[in-house]
Structure formats: structure tokens, C-alpha cells
Design a protein around this ligand. Structure first.
Ligand code: MSP
Length: 582
């Protein structure tokens, strides 16, 4: 059978052997709109810091988008829980609970964690909801109608922990609890079992070339690049058809195949469709969101999102997701986090210990998407103390403290003290070459940060902000405003200028930190007297007086003093940290 696939992306038609666009997925508002998703989380166990990390990356991307496009209606951000499948069925049985009880309990834990961690999602989906069952069954019907499902015998290994089928080459033997050799997945080390049954099978093999064309035509589809490359590499190998249902007698906790109750839909097909359910699929409203979709996922679920999901979408006549952002994993003291090793780090304890903004900052500042990162308590304290408490908090304090800034205002900028070009510095000029370097670094920071967000290198965005904070502290240190005198007509304009420049830098840092540390940034911007409508990237305009424009902040009263920006952890929580040397 010759399959016909066509889809629209970026308002361009991509040919997949046909020019058709069966669902008319066209949206002229796609530049403003954005739809971010986290993976939906398994409810077999309580959330850990790796789960929170996935959600935080999505949250930061989404919040950064909102800074660019302020209209709240332009952004959607979904998260949720993956509640069906053998893994959950078995976990519930082991806990002596009905699957629905386990799902309710653990889903509530994820919801509470995300509320506490300030995850700004607009939607939370549970795959046990009726709206989702309807969407999955509809999606199944579309695949069936397009001739992409057939019944056949599946025989091979299945890993319930990873909910995936494995070829013999991906299975090894390890001594089990009784000492006997047991088959396990080579990649995850989880036990596998032999399965032989009649299932519905999806014609995945027919999508190898369409997938290759999609990825070659859109080099940023999977970011960072090494993951894009890895998927293309996988597509060089044979792509067998995929079993997409299980016998209901074996797997009852799931969505039945429409018209065939003896089969339950494969949990990954069920789970992936969540991204469509959230935006209203199959109602046509989903079409205005789908082309703007960015999935944020961990590297362990890349194949499901970058091969199975785009193939299923193409099969159902839709475009692949706009972006797939991939991150690596957190280890703890050099070891993989696992219940059996007893080293699972509870994120709620961390939020409590390091504050919500502190822990958010740590995970996003230290988490590098391309490589695994190691977690240990001392590292958190060191980073937060040096970058948030000392560097940023210290800078704010230096510019707003009553003894340096007794009027409590945003002082005036003096253009003769700090002319727009170093060559123009006359006898009253005080600015030095390093000061021009600072202005230029902070002026380009928002663009640099935006580029890092686009490349999913949020840690680099934070590194760039942190480096500018250091530079600004150097600027203040160099000119030592505490040695200048407000009463002196010679000192006063320069003293005002030094504080004005430093406050302007702080305004930029506060604005750019909003996606990562929302409360801390709010505190900082409120202290500077920046109102809620002045906090977007469109309103940022750094140091306008330097560029010959009026500055709306000049002469404005600072906001009320509300205490230290970020508390030092090594003093206030030393005893806790000691107890937490994991
Ligand atoms: N339910 C599937 C996803 C279905 S999406 C349609 C799943 N769930 S999960 O709970 O196991 O993982 C959810 C996310 O957490 C994944 O992105 C995964 O990579 C991430 N993490 C799980 N352990 C992790 C670490 N140790 N470190 C960082 N993230 C990790 O997979």
C-alpha cells in the first residue's frame, strides 16, 4: 500500500508523497502562540527531583515566552499524570490498592509539588479522565480508517517498568534476588518478560523515510543537536512495526480498543495523545495550538517522542511537534536515582530547605541538557550563597541601602559624567573603559538570554546573567559610592550616575530572572519600583538616558524595603545541610 502524508508546518506545506493537509492545520497566529508540554508523570511512585526538573525546564521556557509575548491567552502549558498501563496496574497490586486509588493519591502529590514549586501550568491532565479516553479512541479510529493498524502476532520481550518492547539485542541477563540469571533491559536494567499474543500493530515501518525528511528539513526540530543526530542515527536502522495493544486479560488498566474489548490500547499511544487531549482534540480548536507545540522531555523517552509520536501524528494526518527539547538526568552523589538504592531525593524537602526560588535556581543553573548532572546538598548551598545571596542580594543592598541612597529614589543619570561614547569623556567625565564594557554587556544580555532559551540552554542564560551581576558588582566596587558625598557638587552627579547604572543593571537582571526565580525577581523589581506592566521584555529598554532617551524610572521612589533578597544558607541552615550530606 502506498501511503500519502502531507502536513503544514510554519505555514509551509511539507510534502510526504502528497500535498494534502487533511486536518487543515494552518494557523497564522503561530508566532505569538506557544504550547509547552511536560511529559506526563507515572503515578507508580512519589515525585523526585528529576520529575521536578522536567517541569521546571518547561516552566522556565513558558515563562520566558510570556515575557516576550505578554498576552496570557497566547500561551498554554500542560503537565499531568500517566495513569494507565501494566506498570501502574502492578504497582497498585503490590501496594494492595485499587489502581484508581493509587492514581488519585500520587497524582495529587504531583499537583501539590507543582503548586509549591510555582509551576505556572495552565492545564493538568490525568489519562484516566473521560475527555482523554474519548480523544485516544478517536485518534485510534483515525489510524484505523487510514489503514495503519492491522492484527498480527507479537512475540518478544516486554519491559513493564519502561512500558516498552525490546528486541533480543537490547536484553541481557543479570542475577536476580534468588541468584538465578534473569532477563533485563540492557539500557535501564529493569526486568523484562517474554510476551506472545495477538495484538493490533501500527505500520511504523512505513514512516522511516517521512521521519528522515522531517528531521533533515528542520534541523532544530530536536534540540540540543546531539539528540537530533541520535534520532537520525536510529532511523538508519530498520524500523519494525509497533504493537499498540495488549490482551485485556493481561492488561485491564487502560483504554479499551474501540469495538474490541478483548484488547487494551498500548499505554504509550494512550499517553502521547494527552498532548492533543489538552488542546481539545478532536474538536477543531486544537488546530490553532497544535503547530505551536514544544515538548520538553528527558532523554530516556526520546524514541517515544521523536519516532513513535511523530509517526503516529503523520499517520493521523497531522504535523510532527514543532520542537522537542531534550534534557539529561540527575544522578545523586554519582549514582542513578532509584527506589532500590534508597537515594531518591524528595523535591519537597529541597524546596523547604533551599526555598522555592533557591531550588528552582539551582536545578536550572546546574542542569545541563546535554549531560547528566550530579546532585549533592553542599553544591546547592555554595551556589545559592555565592550567586543569589552575596552577588545579587549584595548588589541590591549596596544600591538601595539608606546610607548610600538616603533619598530612597532612582537617582538621575548624568550624561556628562557618563557620555554615550568613551571618546566624549571630558573633564567632568568619570566613566572608564570597563564601565562601557559593562553597559554593552548588559545591553546585549536580553538577546543573549533569549538565544540561550531558544537553544534550550537555560543554564547558559543564567550563567550570562550571573557574569553580568559580577561585572556590575565590579563597577560598584570600582567607584565605591560609599566614599562619594551627596553634599559635594562634584561627587553628587557621579554618585547618582553610579547608582542609576547599577539599578538599571539590576532591573535587567530582575526582568530576566523572572522565568527562573519568579518570587525573588518580583521582590527585586518591586524594591526598584518597577510596576507589573513594566516587567516584559518589550518594556525593558536598558539605560535609556545613556542612549539619549528619557528614563521613566529616574527620580521615582524606590519600592518599600522588604528585607534581604535571598537569605544566606550556610548560616541560617547549617544544621540542616549537615543532616543532608547525601
Ligand atoms: N509517563 C512517561 C512519559 C509519558 S509522556 C507522554 C514517563 N514518566 S516518568 O515519570 O518516568 O518520567 C517523566 C519525566 O521525568 C521524563 O522526562 C524523565 O526523563 C524525567 N526524569 C525521570 N528521572 C529523571 C532523572 N533522574 N533526572 C532528570 N529527569 C528524569 O516517562
Amino acid at each position: 500500500m502506498e501511503l500519502q502524508f502531507g502536513y503544514l508546518l510554519n505555514n509551509k506545506t511539507y510534502e510526504m508523497n502528497s500535498s494534502s493537509d487533511p486536518l487543515g492545520v494552518r494557523d497564522d497566529t503561530r508566532d505569538a502562540r506557544a504550547y509547552f508540554t511536560t511529559p506526563i508523570f507515572y503515578v507508580n511512585a512519589a515525585p523526585h527531583i528529576g520529575h521536578l526538573y522536567s517541569a521546571l525546564l518547561a516552566d522556565a521556557l513558558c515563562r520566558h515566552h510570556r515575557l516576550r509575548v505578554p498576552s496570557a491567552a497566547a500561551t498554554r502549558f500542560s503537565t499531568g499524570t500517566d495513569e494507565h498501563g501494566l506498570k501502574i496496574q502492578q504497582a497498585a497490586a503490590a501496594a494492595g490498592l485499587a489502581p484508581s486509588e493509587l492514581c488519585d493519591r500520587v497524582s495529587a502529590q504531583f499537583q501539590q509539588l507543582f503548586r509549591e514549586a510555582d509551576i505556572s501550568s495552565t492545564d493538568f491532565i490525568r489519562t484516566t479522565e473521560a475527555r482523554h479516553r474519548m480523544a485516544v479512541q478517536h485518534f485510534w479510529g483515525v489510524l484505523k480508517a487510514r489503514g495503519l493498524l492491522y492484527k498480527g502476532l507479537y512475540e518478544g520481550w516486554y519491559c513493564a517498568s519502561d512500558e516498552c518492547f525490546l528486541p533480543e539485542a537490547k536484553v541481557t541477563r543479570q542475577p536476580g534476588p534468588s541468584g538465578d540469571l534473569c532477563p533485563v533491559s540492557l539500557e535501564s536494567g529493569h526486568p523484562v518478560s517474554w510476551t506472545k499474543e495477538e495484538n493490533y500493530i501500527f505500520r511504523l515501518s512505513q514512516f522511516r523515510e517521512p521521519l528522515q525528511r522531517w528531521l533533515r528539513g528542520d534541523p532544530q526540530a530536536i534540540t540540543p543537536e546531539p539528540f537530533h543526530h541520535a534520532v537520525l542515527q536510529w532511523l538508519e536502522e530498520e524500523l519494525p512495526d509497533l504493537s499498540v495493544s495488549r490482551r485485556s486479560s493481561h492488561l485491564h488498566w487502560g483504554i479499551p480498543v474501540p469495538g474490541d474489548d478483548s484488547q487494551t490500547i498500548y499505554v504509550w499511544l494512550d499517553a502521547l495523545v494527552n498532548y492533543l487531549t489538552v488542546i481539545g482534540y478532536p474538536n477543531p480548536e486544537f488546530k490553532s495550538w497544535w503547530p505551536t507545540t514544544s515538548h520538553i522531555i528527558g532523554k530516556d523517552i526520546l524514541k517515544f517522542h521523536a519516532i513513535y509520536w511523530p509517526a503516529l501524528l503523520l499517520g493521523a494526518g497531522m504535523s510532527p511537534p514543532h520542537r522537542i527539547y531534550v534534557h539529561s538526568h540527575w544522578t545523586v552523589c554519582g549514582q542513578k536515582m532509584s527506589k532500590s538504592l534508597g537515594n531518591v531525593v524528595d523535591p519537597r524537602t529541597c524546596l523547604d530547605r533551599y526555598t522555592v526560588d533557591g531550588f528552582r535556581y539551582f536545578l536550572l543553573r546546574q542542569g545541563v541538557p546535554n549531560w547528566d548532572c550530579d546532585y549533592y546538598g553542599e553544591k546547592v548551598v555554595k551556589l545559592l550563597d555565592s550567586e543569589l545571596a552575596f552577588a545579587l542580594g549584595g548588589l541590591l543592598n549596596r544600591c538601595t541601602a539608606n546610607r548610600i541612597n538616603p533619598s530612597g529614589t532612582y537617582p538621575a543619570f548624568c550624561t556628562t559624567c557618563f557620555p554615550s561614547e568613551p571618546g566624549l569623556v571630558g573633564p567632568t567625565g568619570r566613566a572608564q573603559a570597563e564601565d562601557y564594557a559593562l553597559v554593552s554587556a548588559v545591553a546585549t544580555l536580553p538577546k543573549q538570554v533569549a538565544d540561550h532559551y531558544d537553544n534550550f540552554q537555560i543554564y547558559k542564560a543564567l550563567e550570562a546573567v550571573s557574569s553580568c551581576v559580577r561585572q556590575t558588582n565590579g563597577f560598584v566596587q570600582r567607584h565605591a559610592p560609599w566614599k562619594l558625598n551627596w553634599e559635594s557638587p562634584v561627587d553628587a552627579p557621579w554618585l547618582g550616575t553610579v547608582l542609576h547604572v547599577a539599578l538599571e543593571c539590576l532591573r535587567v537582571f530582575g526582568t530576566l530572572l523572572q522565568p527562573v526565580t519568579p518570587s525573588l525577581a518580583d521582590k527585586l523589581l518591586s524594591r526598584l519600583g518597577v510596576s507589573a506592566t513594566e516587567r516584559g521584555l518589550g518594556e525593558l529598554h536598558f539605560l535609556p538616558r545613556f542612549y539619549g532617551h528619557p528614563c521613566p524610572f529616574e527620580g521615582r521612589r524606590l519600592g518599600p524595603e522588604t528585607g534581604v533578597l535571598f537569605p544566606r544558607l550556610d548560616q541560617s541552615r547549617a544544621w540542616l545541610v549537615k543532616a543532608h550530606k547525601t
